[in-house]
Design a binder for this molecule. Structure first.
Ligand SMILES: [Zn+2]
Length: 379
């Protein structure tokens, strides 16, 4: 049996791993030197400079990942958690999967539980919260606990402290994990946050890698709304409503943290991005009896489409170039041929325009209200 296979057999499931031993906390040991002059880093452990990866290196199972894939929705979620705590540490866990070549794919992030311990230079996750939420995410959705994140807020340390790195290396060895992802957040006085990803590997110990983000074009993780709904009442969400990112290290310049729209497109206006967020948050709440997921997509012209899956019904909402001066284009289709819905006397799988005869009442001011008034008439 190869060494690799023996290693794989040794790896433990989420259930077997005792969370109190997981690398879930940080103790920066920076306070005296850093507090004193804000420049010096910790003395207790050697300062380790991670290897910088550009993201175009070839990934390999035997090496730390050169890039980390993530959905924009999860970067946004973590940004909001970081901005909740501008002067103390906070943190959470990352769920997703590893590709065959060892690239982490972050599909769902959680923040601190209600009994987490936040201090200026360390953070301890609420172990009960992590156990409860983690167990459900793993068992219901088959995601893996692939990493964790914590914030060094304004400590001036945008990478793991020596203690963070030692904790990772020790825990990877102790639990026979092949690899683990650690993300370090920071924020500034202007109220923006950054998140840097560091990939650790069992065979490379302290030679971990500062990997850039590959932001996936889907924007919203397919798990975000579903898990949020299923674990409503259990999950604790950030109070900050809006993510605000500083400059992030990106591998794929094509997928930007902020997509670029045509000059005249409505989403070029920052306030309208807020309107879009309100619309996306509101759509599932219109019918609480039916599971609903909203997937934003940009087409080749960077025009926005919202694909709404509401039970067996799929809605396609398109925001054309001239929106909001013209209404959105909304079509329904059903994925269940037995299901009937208004206006569905079209042939199988054909889309049916639903908006004929419905009035678009945009007054030049309130796009959100115009959209919701229009949309609700279809209900
Ligand atoms: Zn730390």
């Amino acid at each position: 049996m190869s060494k690799k296979f023996r290693k794989q057999r040794k790896s433990k499931s989420f259930e077997q791993i005792k969370h109190r031993d997981l690398p879930r906390y940080s103790q920066e040991r920076v306070p005296q030197s850093l507090k004193a002059d804000g420049r010096r880093h910790e003395q207790a452990l050697p300062v380790i400079t991670p290897r910088e990866e550009s993201g175009d290196g070839l990934p390999h199972e035997s090496k730390p990942a050169p890039v980390v894939m993530v959905f924009q929705s999860e970067l946004d979620y973590i940004s909001r958690c970081i901005l909740d705590c501008p002067l103390i540490e906070t943190g959470g866990e990352l769920f997703g999967h590893w590709t065959a070549t060892g690239i982490p794919v972050v599909e769902y992030a959680i923040g601190p539980g209600p009994r987490a311990n936040h201090q200026s230079t360390f953070f301890n996750q609420d172990v009960d919260y992590l156990s409860r939420v983690g167990k459900m995410i793993v068992e219901r959705y088959g995601l893996q606990h692939i990493g964790e994140w914590h914030s060094h807020h304004q400590l001036g340390l945008a990478r793991p402290s020596g203690h963070d790195a030692a904790t990772m290396v020790n825990n990877i060895a102790r639990h026979h994990l092949r690899r683990f992802l650690l993300c370090i957040g920071n924020c500034d006085r202007r109220g923006t946050s950054t998140l840097n990803a560091f990939t650790f590997h069992e065979d490379h110990h302290y030679s971990y890698v500062h990997a850039p983000w590959h932001v996936l074009p889907e924007l919203l993780s397919p798990y975000r709304q579903r898990i949020d709904a299923d674990l409503a009442g259990v999950l604790r969400h950030p109070r900050t409503n809006q993510a605000r990112h500083g400059t992030m290290r990106l591998a794929n310049q094509a997928a930007r943290v902020k997509p670029e729209y045509d000059a005249a497109y409505w989403l070029n206006d920052k306030n309208n991005s807020q309107v879009l967020k309100r619309i996306i948050d509101q759509l599932p709440l219109l019918d609480l009896a039916t599971t609903c997921q909203v997937q934003p997509k940009l087409d080749s012209r960077n025009h926005l489409h919202l694909l709404v899956q509401r039970g067996a019904q799929r809605e396609h909402i398109y925001f054309p170039a001239a929106f909001p001066h013209v209404p959105p284009e909304i079509r329904f289709e059903t994925t269940d041929p037995a299901e009937h819905y208004p206006g569905a006397n079209a042939p199988d799988n054909a889309q049916s325009p639903a908006t004929a005869g419905i009035l678009w009442t945009y007054d030049g001011k309130d796009i959100y209200r115009a959209f919701m008034d229009y949309y609700k008439q279809l209900f």
